[in-house]
Design a protein around this ligand. Structure first.
Ligand SMILES: [Zn+2]
Length: 374
């Protein structure tokens, strides 16, 4: 029986992994790149409201401004809004959010951006933050009490309500592996750009399963532009100047995102480059220290997975040719790692750099091709 289950699982997983590479967000020949802007909420849900000023209206204004700017700054891009007026897709908030993702999927969105504004009782809290989907180990292990924090929030899903054995969930994990590094980079850039406007920067967050992000097939990020409950943020994000400048910040991040995506798709197939230049680079660039491969020692784990992925996958682009697979036990047994160091101290130096792209990177100890606990 056990063997039968394993066979079934393998049979189920193979097509998913194969598809992962087809869905690597490279626009097929001749197809225009697509961005979908999702201004959160809409009648009957205004989002947060301060008197008559409603989140739904602020984020709609900003989304429309982004579309206007993209029309001149990146005219080749197809831009869609999930809504153009004070409206929504469904009476149920979670269904509404799922339908927004489905709208983006139907347009073949390369990138979808949910735009919201925040609120908290503590009026001192301020600044922009951006959310990515990350069904990481910590989230999967999250206990009921924490999950229930979000149970009533129609913008998010409860991990306990999801069938983690279902094909749908496995597909989401596959997409996450494909999209998360680039989602994080985009999210970070939006926050950094908005910070330059004088806003606070609360950075990139995960650990909440936003419904809209969960059902997305392409890249996606949800941005909370600032706090409606903070007087300074509120004055800025509701002003014409503020809305326009925030739109400009997000627009410029969108442009960088698509330039990066196109650079990668035109860079495919040059994997031999590194081996052909390695001989001469050793001679001309003595400052590049060759790392001796150790049979045991420390490495930096960039990402882990429930199934095997190609180490040449584009998400590892910044570590091209240097990522290796180490095996571990447990659910996330495929560990994609970089480097080989004699001491933990030596690995720490590169960990900081790795975390710029892979936020959850950390140091592991290996023997041969296995990770062992020391
Ligand atoms: Zn909102």
């Amino acid at each position: 029986m056990r063997n039968l289950i394993i066979t079934l699982l393998v049979a189920l997983l193979i097509p998913v992994v194969a598809n992962a590479h087809q869905s690597a967000n490279v626009a097929p020949e001749g197809r225009k790149r697509v961005v979908v802007l999702d201004p959160g909420h809409g009648n009957p849900r205004p989002g947060k409201a301060m008197g008559k000023v409603r989140e739904a209206d602020i984020v709609l204004d900003i989304s429309k401004e982004i579309r206007r700017q993209l029309a001149t700054k990146m005219p080749d891009l197809d831009v869609y809004l999930t809504r153009h007026s004070d409206s929504s897709y469904h009476a149920n908030q979670n269904t509404d959010n799922r339908m927004r993702a489905e709208f983006a999927n139907s347009k073949g969105a390369d990138l979808t951006i949910g735009i919201h504004a925040n609120a908290l009782e503590n009026t001192k809290v301020n600044g922009c933050e951006a959310w990515v989907l990350s069904l990481d180990e910590a989230l999967m292990k999250q206990n009921d009490s924490r999950a229930n924090l979000f149970a009533d929030d129609g913008d998010a899903l409860n991990i306990n309500d999801l069938d983690t054995k279902s094909m749908g969930f496995i597909k989401v994990l596959t997409r996450q592996l494909d999209n998360e590094p680039r989602n994080r980079m985009f999210a970070q850039q939006c926050c950094d750009n908005i910070q330059k406007l004088g806003m606070g920067n609360l950075g990139v967050k995960s650990g909440k399963i936003w419904t809209m992000l969960y059902y997305l097939e392409g890249h996606g990020v949800l941005i909370e532009i600032g706090y409606m409950t903070n007087p300074k943020d509120f004055a800025y994000i509701t002003s014409e100047k503020g809305k326009k400048e925030i739109a400009t910040s997000i627009t410029s991040a969108i442009i960088s995102f698509f330039k990066g995506l196109d650079a990668i798709s035109s860079d495919d197939g040059v994997a031999v480059e590194e081996t052909s230049t390695s001989a001469s680079s050793a001679a001309t660039t003595p400052e590049v220290e060759e790392q001796a491969e150790l049979t045991s020692g420390y490495a930096i784990q960039l990402i882990s997975s429930t199934y095997e992925v190609d180490i040449r996958d584009y998400q590892f682009k910044s570590y091209k040719g240097r990522v290796r697979l180490l095996m571990s036990t447990g659910k996330y047994k495929y560990k994609y790692c970089y480097g080989s160091y004699a001491t933990r101290e030596a690995a720490k130096h590169d960990l900081e750099e790795a975390r710029k792209t892979f936020k959850d990177a950390y140091i592991v100890y290996f023997e041969g091709d296995k990770i062992v606990t020391k």
